[in-house]
Design a protein around this ligand. Structure first.
Ligand SMILES: C[S@@+](CC[C@H](N)C(=O)[O-])C[C@H]1O[C@@H](n2cnc3c(N)ncnc32)[C@H](O)[C@@H]1O
Length: 210
């Protein structure tokens, strides 16, 4: 994502009532005060998907992870006029996610993740084994990843990695907009759809190892 130098982004993000401090492990009970399932979006960008999902599903708690405050600040600004008790955001690199989130997560969303097309950068893809191991540490029970992307290279590599890692595919679709799959649009998705680009989608589950 193109970064703009947003003045005071760090201060604006950290002072938002929606923001979680990433320096300590999160106390989930104190955060949401209910037992509702927790869904996490990694690389949430400017927040359209997460905000749309939190509005649509008030009985699910959503946590958005974004590594750049200069991007996250846009989501925080959109949230200012809203009153969503089931949404929080955290500025951090997902590489640290297992140090911040306890084993409470039901679903992880990966929307239009950076493709890192070069082989030498494959470990940086959010579906590389490096990240899949981190996700194992935060899933409450079965591991459940829902992904969408315009990028066929990232999609193919994700199918391969997830499959090798023990995930089974519940749904795979190569034209999300033409399907009847329940969907909330992201910023990137809106842009790609306006250009007629087809969106790839997968919904994959790995049963908890006994
Ligand atoms: C291409 S943008 C997509 C944004 C949004 N999900 C959408 O669909 O419109 C990818 C986002 O993922 C974030 N990101 C990439 N790697 C990350 C990581 N390791 N941890 C947290 N965020 C990450 C980037 O900063 C960027 O904002």
């Amino acid at each position: 994502m193109r970064l703009r130098n947003v003045k005071n982004a760090k201060e604006i993000v950290s002072s938002s009532r929606y923001s979680i401090d990433a320096t300590n492990r999160i106390d989930i009970d104190a955060l949401f005060s209910n037992e509702n399932p927790i869904h996490v979006e990694i690389g949430m960008g400017k927040g359209d998907f997460l905000i749309g999902m939190a509005e649509k599903y008030p009985d699910i708690n959503f946590i958005g992870v974004e590594r750049y405050e200069s991007v996250l600040v846009r989501a925080v600004e959109k949230l200012e006029d809203k009153n969503l008790s089931n949404l929080r955001v955290v500025a951090m690199d997902a590489l640290n996610i297992d140090g911040v989130l306890p084993k409470v997560v039901s679903v992880i969303y990966l929307n239009f993740s950076d493709p890192w097309p070069k082989k030498r950068h494959a470990k940086r893809r959010l579906t590389s084994e490096v990240f899949l191991k981190k996700y194992d540490a935060i899933f409450k029970s079965d591991a459940h990843i829902i992904m969408k992307t315009d990028n066929i290279g990232l999609f193919a590599s994700s199918l391969e990695r997830l499959s090798q890692y023990g995930y089974k595919f519940y749904k795979v679709n190569l034209d999300l907009a033409a399907s009847d799959i329940d969907n909330v649009l992201t910023e990137y998705e809106k842009k790609f759809m306006s250009l007629g680009v087809k969106i790839n989608y997968l919904d994959a589950v790995k049963n908890r190892e006994k």
